[in-house]
Design a protein around this ligand. Sequence first.
Ligand code: HEC
Length: 330
Amino acid sequence: MYFDNKKINYKVTVKDNQDGSTTDGTIAPNKVKVTLDYIPEGKDLIKATIGHQQNTVPEGRKLIDGSDCTACHASDIKVNGPSYTNIAKKYSKDDIGYLVSKIIKGGQGVWGETMMSAHPQLTPDETEKMVRYILSLKPDKNSNQNLLPLEGTIAFKDHIGKDKQGIYVLMASYLDNGAEGQPESTLSAQEKMVFKSAKIEAEDAIEKSDGLGNWKALDETLVGSILHNAYLKFDTLNLKNLESIKLSTYFNNNYAYEGDVEIREGAPNGNLIGKNHFKYFNKGKSALKYYDIPVKPKSDKNTLFLVFKNEKDKEQYITNVNWILMNYRR
Ligand code: HEC
């Protein structure tokens, strides 16, 4: 998990049966790519993999290798047709449509009088992947990319001031040398570590008991219709040194709310690590309310459940949940 300005020390090591290892210096540190990316949307991991394309074989490259392109093209030298790097220098993403149709239809005249054969067997979709790969070979395209050293400290700053909590991805990749004289035998490996926000939106619970639903109030997405025995399940979290959980809740005006929340680890009837009572009624005013609930977890890592109870009146609403925030001992 990450918090504002929290710092983390990291170290990447690579071992390869043939090439050696980074610890004894047989693999040069600059052959290993290490990146840290902040992904605001919280879902799309593709951004984090961008700097690692050369260390994994992109799909467009595989398609090119499986087609007849290599008969007339190479990366850096002119064969029958222009080199991919020269094509990448000449064109941009705006030209994808043109290049796709040119490859499928074939043609001549742009680079000289030599003719490119037509490729009617290729779908526009496959061809676009090939073109995107060729365009990615533009020299220096990645030169200002933030490559990190094999060992260092990272800080989490990019999320500060944004309303949505994204994730951070620390990623390392390595492309090995392959077997001698067989360039296509190279293998790549990639490892990533995902850092999630210490604040988790209630609607991001990985499981909600039947009857719960999302709704909006005061620009916040809430989980509501919480009655006796309702629960929210949160994905495996670090519980070591967890001191308290701050709970953001919402109460609508002119409704009588009452009941308890039990915080449990592992299961809806798992170990009880903290508890809070709610009671709210106001004819005219609704309110966002925050509770800092002390917790005593047993496990270092576990799923977390918020279980709601109102034995007295099983039809009475207990609260609406906005988010939870994990507070760790420093
Ligand atoms: C028979 C040889 C041949 C084959 C096979 C071939 N090309 Fe070409 N390619 C050429 C030639 C020659 C040109 C230059 C055409 C021109 O001057 O308009 C070219 C041009 C290109 C261009 C630039 C087009 C432009 O208008 O600037 C791209 C992109 C390209 N090829 C991709 C591919 C891909 C991808 C494949 C495999 C699916 C492929 N080529 C297969 C010969 C070939």
